[in-house]
Design a protein around this ligand. Sequence first.
Ligand SMILES: [Mg+2]
Length: 286
Amino acid sequence: MNLATEDFSKYDDFLDQYDMYIWDFDYTILKIHSYASNIELKDVESASWKKLMADFADPIFFRDLVYYIRGKKKEVAIVSFGTYNVIKAYLDRLFDDNNIFDSHNILTPLSGNKRYSSSFRVNSDKNEHLVCLMRQNPSIKYDRTIFFDDTYQNIQAARELGIKGVLINPKIAFTKAIWDELVKTETITVDKKKEKKEHCDILGTENDLEPRQIKKRNTKKDNVKKVGCHDDYLIETFGGAEKKEKEPEESIGTPISSYFMNWINIFAVILILAYYLIKKYTGQPE
Ligand SMILES: [Mg+2]
């Protein structure tokens, strides 16, 4: 747990890029999966402070960051598949101000203590709730929104909306080290990628991960940046879907060069046929 008082003003340049900050809860704000662990409201309310804080990935940093973001008149939200009452209880114990997170910005299909069943299944992604959240905040644009989640499908779906996605490693969840890495990586991007940082020291995490290499993949096509290696990635970022709109170019029409190539092929077939016909009827001796 980070008890030092952070100077959050150093993050201002990064924070100014977005007006809405959205987090998943289980395996993102918490380093455990409270829903899968069957944690109930009474468990959260009765847990000791120490035990409760141990469920968070980096509670003090998250709390102070949220306060700082709110101080800049920006919005924060939780979009989760978990149980509303449990999420609210965790956050109420972390934040002195119980109005920071409530029903206006904790969005989940599971109101109250409801749980999933054979007749009530989890959605394939969180876009329904993300759209709902954005409609509640009509002044905020999708491309000014950033979303942290440990599930690839949720991040990819959000990206289709134009939301910046940050894939969190569930083994680490959302910590100051992860945040710092994100800010550093995005700052490199903003600096016109003036140097390709194939090797980069990364701060250790509370899980004592070894320093790892920066790894980028497919950045041109998908605007994707991956930091870390294989399943031990620290974060993976996905730009909004602005590039996606350019992809249908191929289906708009067949390029002229394709027509030209077709005619060359037809001409070649005619030549070959003519050759064999001439060969046959000019009577080459058997
Ligand atoms: Mg999660």
